[in-house]
Design a protein around this ligand. Sequence first.
Ligand code: NAD
Ligand code: TYD
Length: 351
Amino acid sequence: MDKTILITGGAGFIGSHLVRLFVNKYPNYKVVNLDKLTYAGNLANLSDIENAINYEFVKGDIVDADFINGLFRKHQFDAVIHLAAESHVDRSIEGPMDFVMTNIVGTANLLNAAKSLWQGDYTNKLFYHVSTDEVYGSLGEEGMFLETTPYDPRSPYSASKASSDHLVRAYHHTYGLPIVISNCSNNYGSHQFPEKLIPLFINNIKNNKPLPVYGKGENIRDWLWVEDHARAIDVIFHQGKNAETYNIGGHNEWTNIDLIKVICQVMDEKLGRAKGESEQLITYVTDRAGHDMRYAIDATKLKEELGWIPSLQFEEGIRNTIDWYLNNEEWLNNVTSGAYQNYYEQQYADR
Ligand code: NAD
Ligand code: TYD
């Protein structure tokens, strides 16, 4: 094997797409997937590659420093691609401390383990931190996030991700650790846990449940197909410059309500319902506390310096995504049984 790479959070939504890409595309890399398997992690996401010879799964918690140090000593990693995180804004509002522990302390543990294993010999070593555009805060009607936009996180989730970004940069400046960071906009696609907008609404439409639109539905998000995010990480991992930040986005802004109407229209078609039937499920509910108004990424640097552009147009991507959730009923039923029901009732009861 040419390299041993640690991917953290590989059983989650984006991580599973990245692990699949790397295991299939790079047979000469050993990929170790470390994941705690929280409610958001699911090994069924990787059943197609679980027996690959260049793949190993390890269950563990990045908050456990002794365990992490032992894992680095055992596998002698050449590189880390760090995705493990608590990732849902609404959960961070209900319970910020899991976010502080996993996203901040967990990232610090990984940085310490890499620093201690590599001992200042950084030849062909890399710590790649996967972050979010939410660290930049909230935009008004104009402008886009650039790599140089000052940080202004507003939710416990985005504040914990911003803290982890700062730690990663600090380990570069202080100890010379080779790092890259990418900040991506909202992802959509297969295998996303149905607490996030798109899979939640697909599932609710399918089950004729209300579609809880926060506030007036006027907030804007910039949506990127998850496999394009994984491709961007691949490009940045191999060609990105040491200590640089790259924004990743699809130039694909939608107000929530317009996006929801598109999902409703496609679902009517797919389920053989009358036109407009699913839209009747739209229910306006109390807004999210501190709800960021608009995110929009300027990904020019990634395009001009590393040649990455999104491969899939949104109209096609959202249809593929809806098809995937409708064709993978067992996956959806498995992740929405048990604890999911309690979460759902608690989250939406008072809205
Ligand atoms: P996810 O919630 O689907 O997956 C997170 C994974 O991390 C899960 O498999 C979970 O089990 C694992 N995990 C959580 N805590 C852990 C711990 N303490 N130790 C080990 N593993 C742990 O998240 P996602 O949407 O796939 O996001 C992955 C990364 O990408 C995150 O860092 C997130 O901030 C970032 N990101 C996400 C988006 C998005 O739209 N989803 C956009 C930009 C950036
Ligand atoms: P989400 O998928 O949670 O991503 P993020 O908050 O990280 O952008 O939410 C996307 C948008 O959809 C956001 O503006 C909040 C809104 N939203 C709803 O209106 N209703 C919901 O039930 C959820 C989960 C989100």
